[in-house]
Design a protein around this ligand. Structure first.
Ligand code: ADP
Ligand code: GLC
Length: 481
């Protein structure tokens, strides 16, 4: 089965979050199970510089030609197409926002153009192959693709995956003329969303199947709280909506051979994990102390992730014998909050405010407990990385966090499932209380080790998710025959 996978980021070419991990790994897992996936991405300036790729086709757009370049994902046989057009050139650093965190002014035009080019290729309007059986698109950036496919009279089944419903790509209605979107899509049952043009809604309306990245989130988004205005539509499409949990790359995220950490370890050599703790403390300027409970957090600093809840809990947290290490970047006020707190508690809080893949690995290896008080979490990857690193995740049980972390009650520890901590409410007080419980377990060495073992033995590999996507693809290609 030939599948065209369209996304706006993919590891290691360009990454701002978990979407890149999915787009960089799921296609490889699908190929291992017999699919033939081509990944198509926008050719951002930096990507083209770092990954030179020969031109193999030209595609006419409403603004000159786009060049379709072909390469392979590093260290893999996964074919990657890059859509090279001037509109992507200036997107240096982050594809969606500038250095100040403001959306690029032409995001609508850029991602519409990307989808339009892909639709034209599939319609056979270029020298590139177009014999695909199915298109799999991801998040709002590719939401217009199913509409453009209809516009180009391409009759292919489309799967649309929601990675985060909070980002919808909603723009002024006039944009639709600039992006050559046919007026027949402009109605309430189409791309129109309260008088505006919604890329996400287009994906949800025109795709044959909708998936999201955990079974719990698939349920949550049908409620007003998590549905961000689209719950009604999602309820109407409930029979086509399902949740498939993401996997993780167990080659890259493997404490036994991770080259980015200070000391490798496995379940049998778990004592060596402490060397990573010492290295992390050293790097972040914290007192080196093997005994103290080291809390960690890595993530985009946005409302979703609950960094504010962590900051508001610091006073209470630091009454306990714990340290906290943070690696993240994002909203200026949250970064500022971390800076101020570091100045106030330099012996307790260490932080790196930036994007740093190596430090993220070291933190996963060095921390004892990983904090994820997310307000919502479609899937979340760090809680899975944490578990395979024997770092117990302390999570708000929502979305994928609920589906991948089992609360370590004594019963669940004993039966081999307990692998982390579930908050009983999302507030600073609840966070302090749960860290207190974690500290209690930490002092009970036998049960702590047992819980680490439960976590480290879990199988989060992509093969399982890939199998579920393949069976979904198969239902569609059959019904398309
Ligand atoms: P989201 O996609 O909502 O950001 P996920 O948990 O799915 O959340 O994925 C986040 C990914 O981005 C993880 O691989 C995480 O390690 C990585 N990440 C986020 N912020 C940073 C950072 N500042 N430095 C390094 N890696 C980061
Ligand atoms: C989104 C979500 C995150 C998920 C990731 C990959 O960015 O916020 O929870 O893990 O996509 O699907």
């Amino acid at each position: 089965m030939n599948v065209l996978f369209a996304a706006s980021e993919a590891y290691p070419l360009v990454k701002t979050g978990g979407l890149a991990d999915v787009a960089g790994h799921l296609p490889i897992a699908l190929n291992q199970q017999g699919a033939e996936v081509t990944l198509v991405l926008p050719g951002y300036g930096q990507v083209l510089e770092n990954y030179p790729a020969p031109v193999m086709a030209h595609v006419e757009t409403w603004s000159g030609y786009a060049l379709l370049r072909e390469t392979f994902l590093p260290d893999s046989a996964l074919r990657v197409w890059l859509v090279d057009h001037p509109i992507f050139k200036h997107r240096i650093g982050n594809p969606y926002v500038d250095a100040k965190g403001h959306e690029w002014h032409d995001n609508a035009q850029a991602f519409a153009l990307f989808s339009h080019v892909v639709a034209k290729v599939l319609a056979g309007h270029s020298a590139a192959r177009s014999d695909y059986d199915l298109v799999h698109c991801h998040d709002w950036q590719t939401g217009l693709l199913p509409a453009y496919l209809q516009q180009e009279s391409v009759d292919l089944p489309v799967v649309f995956t929601i990675h985060n419903l909070a980002y919808q790509g909603v723009y002024s209605p006039h944009v639709r003329h600039e992006i050559h979107l046919h007026d027949r899509f402009w109605h309430m049952g189409g791309v129109e969303f309260h008088g505006l043009l919604s890329f996400m809604k287009s994906g949800l309306v025109f795709a044959d199947k909708i998936t999201t990245v955990s079974p719990s989130y698939a349920e949550e988004i049908k409620t007003e709280t998590f549905g961000y205005g689209l719950a009604g539509l999602l309820r109407a499409r409930a029979k086509d909506l399902s949740g498939i949990i993401n996997g993780i790359d167990t080659e890259i995220w493997n404490p036994a051979k991770d080259p980015l950490i200070a000391a490798n370890y496995s379940l049998d050599t778990l004592d060596d994990k402490r060397l990573n703790k010492l290295a992390l403390q050293r790097e972040l300027g914290l007192p080196e102390d093997e005994e103290v409970l080291l809390l960690g957090h890595v993530g985009r600093m946005v409302e979703q992730k609950g960094v504010d809840v962590i900051l508001d809990a610091l006073e209470g947290l630091f009454e306990l014998p714990v340290q906290l290490a943070i690696v993240g970047t994002g909203a200026a006020h949250l970064e500022q909050g971390v800076r101020a707190a570091r100045a106030e508690w330099p012996e307790r809080l260490g932080a790196h405010l930036g994007y740093d893949e190596r430090l993220a690995h070291l933190l996963e290896a060095g921390a004892d407990v990983f904090l994820m008080p997310s307000r919502f979490e479609p899937c979340g990857l760090n809680q899975m990385y944490s578990q395979v690193y024997g770092t117990l995740p302390l999570v708000n049980p929502t979305g994928g966090l609920r589906d991948t972390v089992v609360d370590a009650s004594l019963q669940a520890i004993a039966d081999g499932t307990g692998s982390g901590f579930h908050l009983e409410g999302l507030s600073p007080a609840h966070l302090v209380k749960k860290v207190g419980d974690a500290l209690g377990l930490y002092r009970d060495t036998g049960n702590w080790r047992r819980t680490q073992g439960n976590a480290m033995r879990k199988d989060f590999s992509w093969a399982n998710s890939a199998r579920q996507y393949l069976s979904l693809y198969q239902t569609l290609s059959k019904s398309a025959e």
